[in-house]
Design a protein around this ligand. Sequence first.
Ligand SMILES: Nc1nc2c(c(=O)[nH]1)N[C@H]1C(S)=C(S)[C@@H](COP(=O)(O)O)O[C@H]1N2
Ligand SMILES: [Mo]
Length: 257
Amino acid sequence: MTVDRRRWLAGASAALGSLWLVGCDRLATNPTFTGVLKVAEQWTRHAQRAVTDRNALAREFTPADLSRDFKANGTMRPGDPAYLALLAENFESYRLTIDGLVEQPLSLSLAEVRAAPARTQITRHDCVEGWSSIGKWTGARLSALLDRAKLKPEARYIVFHCADTLDPTATDGAGVYYESIDLIDAFHPQTILAYQMNDGTLPVRHGAPLRLRVERQLGYKHAKYVMRVEAVASLDGLGRGKGGFWPDRGYHWYAGI
Ligand SMILES: Nc1nc2c(c(=O)[nH]1)N[C@H]1C(S)=C(S)[C@@H](COP(=O)(O)O)O[C@H]1N2
Ligand SMILES: [Mo]
């Protein structure tokens, strides 16, 4: 051991020793200690921001930004007989079911969904496959529908059951598309069940008659062909237990952007 090092060690232990003896007021002026405090404080602020930021709005665009050809992905026309029957009658007898852990289960016609408090927004859709498109969406605010159904206190997630079987080879019944979000996203002001796209009726390839827009999340969370909205306490009993068709196949359940 070099003399320098020994001297450094002696100095360091002396400094540490004196640290035990000084009062809090002295500690507060010690640059090392206040540095530690600052880091802790910053960490708390970051953690807090991570939570509060989830309520921030996703960026909204102008009509000039609209993609001329909004890409469609995944199911573009469900082949499921029940969906085809509804499509054939232009969704006349379609009902949106809202049930699960709610005080007041609902069964709404499209006219009733269109009469609910609505929001219009121009946003960018980001798919994990590496493409983005900007579109204009109008739909019923999910928060308003959930307020009407009155969530029970045990409800922690909102599940979207879709009409399309995306994986017909799944023998365990997990081939039907579904997704789920937590209550922060469910009550986010930009979370809507959209029935209009770019000022026209929502096209079949984009999820007619109703599709979720959950703008702080990646594309696969935006369930198309929504038939049923279910409030649950846990994601365990659904599909393969991971909370969504793609999460069941390895994607992250939380896909926040
Ligand atoms: N029901 C259903 N919803 C779905 C999908 C699907 O295959 N079925 N694909 C997801 C994926 S990966 C993306 S990127 C978007 C695509 O929406 P779009 O076709 O309107 O672009 O829908 C999502 N929601
Ligand atoms: Mo996607």
